[in-house]
Every structure is written in structure tokens, then in C-alpha cells.
Ligand binder design. Structure first.
Ligand code: FES
Length: 109
């Protein structure tokens, strides 16, 4: 099995953080309501990274992913943009799995 890319302990109850995937892509991990998901760190609007400061991927309420450039908001469940200039587009999901010990792995794409 490949190496874990992160651990649940790295994510607060409602939090997100950036990770570099083994293939060199930058991604974000987000844990909202206990569910962990991951996406490539590239806004579908202009293709830029989402965050302006390290690990700042969520809007103030901590429920939605936000692009710092123009404020687009994305659902943490599937990456759909629900507000902003790319409404209806999606972040590209990176499938992950979590084992019993809380280690987060890339799942087979
Ligand atoms: S670059 Fe992300 S909303 Fe414009």
C-alpha cells in the first residue's frame, strides 16, 4: 500500500489543509461534518490555487471551500461551485480513503 498523505489528526473537526500529492499535484484535504474529501488545488474559474494564505481554504462559516481570488464557493462533498463566477463547475476530486487508524490514503482513481 502507498504511504499515507495525511492523518485525521492533521484536520481539526472542521478544517482543511493543503497537501502535495506523490505525483506532484497540489491538493487540499477538507473535513466537514466528519467527512474527509480531497480536491486538486486549482480553481475552475482561472486555474489558480484557491488559497491566499497557507491552509486557508474554507469560508468564515467553515462549511464551504472558498477561492480567495474572486470568492467562489464550493461544496466540500463533491466540489461543485454553488456561488461565484464558475457556478456549476467543479473542483477536480482526488479520491481518498481513511483507514481505522485515521491515516488518509489516495484511493485508486
Ligand atoms: S479564480 Fe477562483 S473564483 Fe476566480
Amino acid at each position: 500500500m502507498s504511504a499515507a498523505i495525511a492523518h485525521l489528526d492533521d484536520l481539526e473537526a472542521t478544517a482543511a489543509r493543503g497537501v502535495r500529492l506523490p505525483d506532484g499535484r497540489d491538493a487540499l484535504l477538507v473535513r466537514v461534518h466528519g467527512r474527509v474529501s480531497a480536491f486538486e488545488n486549482r480553481c475552475p474559474h482561472l486555474g489558480v490555487p484557491l488559497e491566499a494564505e497557507p491552509d486557508r481554504f474554507l469560508e468564515a462559516g467553515g462549511e464551504l471551500i472558498q477561492c480567495a481570488m474572486h470568492g467562489a464557493l464550493f461544496l466540500p462533498e463533491d466540489g461543485e461551485c454553488v456561488f461565484g463566477p464558475c457556478q456549476g463547475a467543479r473542483l477536480r476530486e482526488v479520491p481518498v480513503s481513511v483507514d481505522e487508524a485515521g491515516r488518509i490514503y489516495l484511493a485508486a482513481e
